[in-house]
Design a protein around this ligand. Structure first.
Ligand code: 13P
Length: 256
């Protein structure tokens, strides 16, 4: 299976022209890699414009969020159905920055189910705020997954990706990324949780790591922490650095 590398641009850049230039540069590099599926998740307002620049399938667009109802009186929201109708194939759900704004497990679950219905690939984010000695964070992550995937059918599992993003490793205030061992431990926990929920069918779900990924550490995460890809924040806004991350992924032999 191809490595899945997703760039989450968050609320950057502040001008459409910049977004177009960055996307064009990323698309050009991504188009040369056969073993990597690249997804760029720009601010929602740029999606339609950037969509005009996507021709192939090696670099596609995703949304950072969306609302679960098809349409209705939800001022300021954009629905999964609307995104699907303009050809957006991926959606990030339950990012910790959205959970911090009040998004509950129940809402995350509704978005997961709606994304599946729209035939999109749902990138479910999970991760703990901090680590404790007693391993409470493991129980927390497992519960986040169980709550978010409640009601998902086995035949729908190929539409789910789980991104492990420890909150303490995200963004410019993070002291450091997770260690390879930290990421590996949780990858194994996620696999076990999925096996408990769905039996061997759970193994179809791809697992990503995210949190201070850069051109220097991408290779090691991909090689040693048993993940199928990466969810990249800051580094995805620099086409050169993001290109190097894609190149690392390209060099790893496809699995599964
Ligand atoms: P950084 O790569 O900037 O730490 O962000 C990670 C993230 O939140 C991606 O969704």
């Amino acid at each position: 299976m191809k490595k899945l590398i997703i760039g989450n641009w968050k609320m950057y850049p502040s001008k459409l022209k910049d977004a177009q230039e960055k996307f064009k540069a990323i698309k050009k590099i991504a188009g040369t890699f056969r073993n990597v599926q690249t997804v760029v998740c720009p601010p929602l307002v740029y999606i339609s414009e950037l969509k005009k620049l996507t021709t192939g399938y090696r670099c596609v667009l995703g949304s950072q969020n969306a609302w679960f109802e098809k349409e209705g009186a939800f001022t300021g929201e954009v629905s999964l159905s609307m995104l699907a109708s303009i050809g957006v194939q991926y959606v990030i759900v339950g990012h910790s920055e959205r959970r911090a704004m009040g998004e509950t497990d129940e809402l995350v679950n509704k978005k997961v189910l709606a994304g599946i219905k729209e035939k999109m690939t749902v990138v479910l984010c999970v991760g703990e705020r901090e680590r404790d000695q007693d391993g409470e964070y493991m129980r927390f992550i497992s519960e986040q997954i169980k709550d978010a995937l409640h009601g998902v059918q086995k035949k729908e599992l190929k539409q789910i990706v789980i991104a492990y993003e420890p909150i303490w490793a995200i963004g410019k205030h993070a002291d450091h990324p997770a260690s390879i061992d930290d990421a590996l431990e949780v990858t194994i926990l996620i696999k076990k949780t999925l096996a408990d929920m769905f039996g061997k069918d759970g193994a179809i779900i791809s697992i990503l790591y995210g949190g201070s990924v850069d051109a220097k550490n991408a290779w090691e995460f991909l090689l040693k922490s048993q993940v199928d890809g990466l969810l990249v924040g800051r580094a995805s806004l620099d086409p050169k650095v993001f290109g190097e991350i894609l190149e690392s992924a390209e060099k790893i032999k496809p699995s599964k």
